[in-house]
Design a protein around this ligand. Structure first.
Ligand code: GLN
Length: 493
């Protein structure tokens, strides 16, 4: 049995039965990383020694008879915008290239406490701004289903690590699609939780009113297991919510009878790749055949979502990124006077997309323009939220495509920011409304690329999303679930 091919749930079972040790599990993933990573570049920082140390500590505790958490000994990869004490956290930016946080994010503190060995910090678009992981200041990550294509972004490194078996689980962050879109392009389940469900403490801020941490995994059950430990109130995050945490465990015998499913017209658009729409509608038919009530629904404000998001997110970013001035921490370029230093530090420290967002945001917030841009966008956001509230009176879940096309080619959209922004068109309104949203695989294109379906639910109903995703997973009729990575020199791994 190849341990690196197992789901987190299987690994957890094998570890609890003492059939394998955590050191053996971790070693299997480290070997896989050595083999595959050079071709895909998922990680910014590798932590093999730390992972083995953590695994060893867990094994000793287990041998000592201690009752451990089911996830103890199951390794994980963490996106590089989530702070890790004593371990470089770069946000894929030159500005933070050598930044070592003095504290752990709450989610990292949790995984350390449970004894989940950390395999490394994953590549991403700089400051999570992007949809392809091409905006990393270091190198792009490649899609293992086709190395000429992007894995999506901004959590592209986390997605690729899981889909290639270099990690059984990963944490990503989603501001306007950054978990769901790469999950979809890499054939994974990825969940953006309700805003406030998972602590943001220690997540390096991009757009604070939208940022959420969430899981990426091969199966719904694996995401559920991770959600069970990262959800809940945290006094260190003032936007964290105290609503009780459900048990998200997915039970295979669950059904979808009487589930009210709304198919969002705007997210099965005729302008999308027809293969995606067909795959989504096939999954919808499956739900219907199993007793769900299905109907169409229009979210009329969706057309304004992209415009509102690309004012709100850059506005918040322009404020959040003001701290990178070379004074307190991070890159400092030096300079003859303070102004020269600020400008050289920021000029050299940030990449072009980050600068573009800072300029848009600063403009939108400036005196005389605030009302016309930022305030207007916030009003649109309120109307979008109302669209959802209305729809959720009729439906339990809202579904559509996660992305308008399968993975696109590396370099295809880098010259045209608007085209890049449009790749998140289906992901943004859920984020603006603050509702939980999940991407689940729903097919494979004729070119052998994964296709994803997005499901949204009312606040705090991520358990329902995971249950429906689990149902779809049980009933899927296509293969493969994981890519064979075709090597440029021939052969595959
Ligand atoms: N692609 C979107 C953006 O560039 C969303 C990114 C994210 O969710 N972090 O802003």
């Amino acid at each position: 049995m190849k341990l690196y091919e197992q789901t987190a749930a299987n690994l957890s079972m094998l570890l609890q039965k003492k059939e394998v040790s955590s050191v053996e599990v971790v070693q299997s993933f480290l070997d896989r990383i050595e083999l595959v990573e050079p071709y895909v570049k998922s990680f910014i920082t590798h932590t093999p020694a730390m992972a083995l140390d953590m695994a060893n500590a867990v094994d000793n505790r287990r041998v000592g008879g201690e009752k451990l958490h089911p996830l103890a000994g199951v390794p994980i990869a963490v996106k590089d915008n989530i702070s890790t004490q004593g371990l470089r956290t770069t946000c894929a930016s030159r500005v933070l290239e050598n930044y070592i946080p003095p504290y752990d994010a709450t989610v990292v503190e949790t995984i350390r406490r449970l004894g989940m060995p950390l395999l490394g910090k994953t590549n991403m678009d700089e400051f999570a701004m992007g949809s392809s992981t091409e905006n990393s200041a270091f190198y792009p990550t490649r899609n293992p289903w086709d190395l000429e294509r992007v894995p999506g972004g901004s959590s592209g490194g986390s997605a690729v690590a899981v889909s290639t078996g270099m990690a059984p689980l990963a944490l990503g962050s989603d501001t306007g699609g950054s978990i769901r879109q790469p999950a979809s392009l890499c054939g994974l389940t990825g969940l953006r939780p309700t805003y406030g469900r998972v602590s943001r403490y220690g997540l390096i801020a991009f757009a604070s009113s939208l940022d959420q941490i969430g899981p990426l995994s091969l199966t719904a059950q694996d995401s559920a297991m991770l959600m069970n430990v990262i959800s809940g109130y945290d006094s260190l995050d003032s936007t964290s919510l105290s609503e009780a945490v459900h048990d998200y465990t997915v039970h295979p015998e669950e059904d979808v009878k009487k589930l009210r499913v709304g198919v969002i017209k705007q997210n099965v658009s005729e302008s999308f790749d027809p293969q995606i729409t067909a795959a989504v509608m096939k999954s919808v038919a499956l739900l219907k055949d199993n007793g769900a009530d299905v109907d169409d629904v229009s979210l009329p404000l969706t057309d304004y979502g992209l415009g509102a998001y690309y004012l709100i997110a850059p506005s918040e970013a322009s404020s959040n990124l003001g701290r990178y001035d070379g004074v307190r921490y991070g890159y400092n370029s030096g300079g003859d006077n303070i102004e020269a230093m600020f400008s050289a530090t920021r000029g050299r420290g940030f990449g072009p997309e980050v600068k573009r967002r800072i300029m848009i945001g600063t403009y939108a917030l400036s005196a005389g323009y605030y009302d016309a841009y930022y305030l207007q966008a916030m009003k649109v956001r309120t109307l979008i939220r109302r669209d959802y509230e209305t729809a959720f009176k009729r439906f339990d879940i809202l579904v559509g495509a996660t992305t308008p096309t399968p993975a696109f080619k590396i370099g295809e959209k880098t010259e045209d920011p608007l085209q890049m922004y449009l790749s998140d068109i289906c992901n943004i309104t859920d984020a603006l409304a603050g509702v939980p949203s999940l991407s689940v695989p729903c097919g494979i294109s004729s070119d052998g690329l994964p296709l994803g379906m997005q499901l949204a639910a009312p606040p705090f109903r991520e358990g329902l999303l995971l249950k429906v995703a689990g149902f779809l997973e049980q009933n899927r009729d296509y293969l493969p679930l994981r890519p064979r990575v075709k090597l440029p020199e021939g052969g595959e791994v």
